[in-house]
Design a protein around this ligand. Structure first.
Ligand code: PEP
Ligand code: MN
Length: 354
């Protein structure tokens, strides 16, 4: 529910609106519009009638939010949320470039690659330390060791780090031993942006706990769309993060599963979802052409299409030697291809409308 307060309302009148909201067990969320105060009402407003507020002299209008997601909706908050990523401000019309390997494979590997992606124009470094693999026998990531290398790469290059939390449990190491630390706590403590992957988009317990831990630290969460999630399910997953204490959210599309065969494209690129999400939600929207296509030759055209469609950022899997990558090599681009894409993105960014 959104309450628009009349221009020139007194402090006492506004306090009465707030009192009535709180008396119903709800929370007010006030924001100053261009010329009037708008108070969002957070909580279950089904039992509260509009008249309770309309009868007050200071109230101009009461509007019910029609969508099931509230805090992340544009109806609730019309301005795009500006999310900080290092020195960057996401959602201001510019395009952020986040690049790096699918998984961190070692210290030298990630330090070298961090230098390379920075030189190619990337503004943040991605890299998986905890990997959600389809097969339990596939490489599961270097875990805490990988996080430490990423922290070193950040220190060396100044690039903020985006890495994934795969769950709250302990991590199996390559040598068969178990890393006896909670994954989520490690990632929240050491990463600049916490990625929640497509497979975990509907792990509501993880979303809740991630929001509770990362919200007070002011660290954003990059939430990927589940491979078979509808746009509404995706936005409701984002609403979980917001409702549990972290509204610094980046939505990231990465292709969805369709009838199309994997022989041609790994997933189908959901480019139309970019302007749809920007219309329905107040959050910045990224696109990941690497996972969406699963094919390095398709990364550039889809990256440019996403920027043309309004993406606020790109996630680009990059490797110094893609043929030798421990995961997702077929879709990794080289640092020189990254440089070419960044140059094209900057040209497109200059001519696209907001
Ligand atoms: C990734 O970004 O490395 C990843 C695993 O992506 P997704 O969750 O989109 O599959
Ligand atoms: Mn990957």
């Amino acid at each position: 529910m959104i309450i628009r307060v009349k221009k020139g309302a007194t402090e006492a009148e506004i306090a009465e609106v707030v009192r009535r909201i709180e008396a119903n067990g709800l929370k007010p969320d006030a924001s100053q519009g261009v010329d009037r105060l708008v108070i969002g009402v957070i909580g279950d407003t089904r039992k509260v009638g509009e008249d309770l507020f309309l009868e007050l002299e200071a109230v101009e209008s009461v509007h019910r939010i029609t969508r099931p997601y509230k805090l992340v909706s544009r109806e609730f908050r019309s301005a795009t949320r500006r999310v900080k990523l290092g020195d960057l401000t996401l959602g201001d019309g510019s395009v952020a470039i986040v690049a790096g390997p699918c998984s961190v494979e070692g210290r030298d590997m990630i330090l070298t690659l961090a230098d390379e992606v920075k030189a190619a124009g990337a503004q943040a470094l991605r890299g998986g330390a905890y990997k959600p693999r389809t097969s339990p026998y596939a490489f599961q990531g270097l875990g805490g060791e990988g996080l430490r290398y990423l922290a070193e790469a950040r220190q060396r290059t100044g690039l903020p780090v985006v890495t994934e939390a795969t769950g709250t449990n302990r991590h199996p190491r390559e040598d068969g031993s178990i890393e006896d630390e909670r994954i989520l706590d490690q990632v929240v403590a050491q990463s600049d942006v916490i990625q929640i992957g497509a497979r975990n988009m509907k792990s509501y317990g993880l979303l809740e706990e991630c929001a509770r831990l990362s919200g007070p630290l002011g660290k954003p969460v990059l939430l990927k769309r589940g491979e078979s999630a509808t746009i509404e399910e995706f936005l409701l997953a984002a609403e979980y993060l917001a409702a549990y204490g972290n509204e610094e959210i980046i939505l990231c599309l990465r292709g969805v599963r369709t009838f199309e065969s994997k022989d041609y494209q790994r997933y189908s690129s959901d480019i139309a979802a970019i302007p749809i999400l920007k219309r329905q939600s107040n959050l910045p929207v990224f696109f990941d052409p690497s996972h969406a296509t699963g094919d390095r030759h398709l990364v550039r055209p889809l990256a440019l299409a996403a920027v043309a469609a309004g993406a606020d950022g790109l996630l680009l899997e990059t490797h110094s030697d893609p043929q030798k990558a421990w995961s997702d090599g077929q879709q990794c681009i080289t640092p020189s291809e990254l440089e070419r894409i960044v140059k094209d993105v900057r040209k497109l960014e200059a001519v696209r409308g907001e």
